[in-house]
Write a protein that binds this ligand. Structure first.
Ligand code: FE2
Length: 168
């Protein structure tokens, strides 16, 4: 049977793979965006946060005495790339991409909410506090998307109406 610490390590590794996936997805989005500079800027900021989150998770995993050299994030990266490509094929790419981003942030929020409880249960206050910090960043990104999605949608529809390039 897995101990609480094993589960915590496993979930930290899952979160690390999730952040690697996020990084691949966000980079694909930012590199394709042309007509939505504000969104592109916010995504770039979140890429730095995401890279930093992965490093903070590695520190937590190492502090628990687990090895980070064997972390297999490749599968996650691959599926993120496929998702990125899927969105790129849509003629309303900006909308599908923003919806996917909003959904992914909530997936991350649920992961860190779980991790905080697991870290507290294991008596690992440092990991709990790192995860609370990361959770705040994910919530801030989700809030940003929520507040900007209506404007992005209207801008997209207006650009489309005028026959200009709207999809990204
Ligand atoms: Fe994240």
């Amino acid at each position: 049977m897995a101990t609480g610490n094993d589960r915590l390590i496993q979930w930290l590794r899952d979160a690390h793979a999730m952040e690697k996936q996020a990084e691949t997805m966000l980079e694909a989005q930012a590199s394709r965006l042309e007509h939505y500079p504000e969104l592109r800027q916010r995504i770039r900021e979140h890429i730095s946060e995401t890279q930093n989150q992965a490093r903070r998770l590695e520190t937590c995993i190492e502090r628990l005495g687990a090895d980070t050299s064997t972390m297999k994030d490749a599968a996650g990266k691959m599926s993120a790339m496929m998702q990125g490509l899927g969105g790129a094929l849509a003629d309303d790419e900006i909308i599908k991409g923003s919806m996917a981003g909003y959904t992914f942030e909530h997936f991350e929020i649920s992961a860190y909410t779980t991790l905080i409880a697991a870290a507290e249960e294991a008596g690992d206050q440092q990991t709990a506090s790192v995860c609370r910090e990361i959770l705040r960043e994910e919530k801030a990104m989700a809030d940003w998307i929520e507040h900007h999605l209506p404007a992005v949608t209207k801008q997209y529809l207006e650009r489309e109406e005028l026959g200009g390039p709207a999809k990204r």
